[in-house]
Design a protein around this ligand. Structure first.
Ligand code: TA6
Length: 279
């Protein structure tokens, strides 16, 4: 079942509910910010200090980083692109079974987007809510020029406490360290966290797993060989909008991306599909 809802400040979101799970998707940014399976705790993290208002990306859930990941060469352009602060429209919803539904949101190129990025596109986010959460970001190049693209499903995961968890699946993978701009290899099988971590891994073979004390979260992906792993830790957390002072302790970003060496060029008329499945 799909319900269109509006917060007191006019912020619009969709609520999807079926026998398996419930989810909430803001129209701004097609920002999926809540997903919980029956009898469990949420599988997406949202900051208790996040704002829910147009013009500001929600701090948590799955921000859509598109059509560029990270900082643009032009410092006047927003980090992680403009899709996450654009107003999308609901294109379709279907209740596939009593335990799975699909909701599609759409963003098309327009005069405002052309001011930021001179390409024609249709961008769809396809969300399948069920016993697993499947999120697919579909980029259609509707123009006549090849389209440079880097993108990410910038997922925030809840953890019991960041010191308790480790991330499995990145052994021997090369990564760019965004903190010192160096290139390294991870030798360990398990990545644990004890300081600010901001890494862009390449040659990734999904799924990755977040092993926590009470549960293991599995993150699978299609058409991505790049994973971004981020925890701001104490100092950076204190500086970031939408974060509470202690937020860093209970969140970990593991992002399914096409960034840096895994960035793409979409031919005219071509469709690029990036997807992540969380369970
Ligand atoms: O994905 C990691 C990262 O690029 C970090 O460097 C940090 O900037 C984070 O994204 C959050 O970015 P935001 O623009 O959402 O504050």
């Amino acid at each position: 079942m799909l319900t269109c809802k509006v917060m007191e400040n006019g912020f619009e979101y969709l609520e999807v509910a079926n026998k398996a799970a419930t989810a909430r998707i803001a129209l701004q940014g097609a920002h999926l910010y809540h997903y919980v399976r029956r009898t469990e705790t949420p599988l997406l993290w949202v900051s208790g200090c996040s704002r829910f208002e147009n013009g500001t990306a929600i701090r948590g859930g799955i921000p859509v980083c598109w059509p560029w990941f990270g900082m643009h060469d032009n410092p006047e352009l927003p980090q992680h692109g403009f899709a996450r602060t654009s107003l999308w429209t609901l294109e379709s919803h279907s209740d596939i079974t009593s335990e799975q539904s699909e909701t599609v949101l759409l963003l098309r190129s327009c005069d405002a987007s052309r001011q930021l990025w001179p390409f024609e596109f249709e961008l769809r986010l396809r969300v399948r809510v069920g016993i697993a959460l499947e999120v697919t970001l579909e980029t259609l190049n509707t123009g006549t020029q090849p389209m440079p693209l880097s993108d990410a499903l910038h997922t925030y995961f809840p953890v019991s406490s960041i010191e308790n968890v480790h991330l499995e699946g990145l052994q021997n993978k090369p990564y760019f360290d965004n903190l010192d701009k160096g290139i390294y290899h991870q030798h360990e099988a398990l990545l644990s966290f004890g300081a600010e971590t901001d890494r862009v891994y390449q040659e990734v073979i999904w799924p990755l797993r977040i092993a926590d004390t009470m549960r293991t979260i599995t993150i699978d992906a299609q058409n991505s060989s790049c994973a971004v792993v981020w925890n701001p830790w104490i100092e950076k957390c204190a500086q970031m909008s939408g974060m509470c002072q202690e937020s860093y302790k209970t969140m970990l970003c593991v992002e399914t991306a096409n960034a840096r060496e895994d960035a793409r060029v979409i031919a005219p008329g071509a469709l690029h599909v990036l997807s992540t499945t969380i369970s």
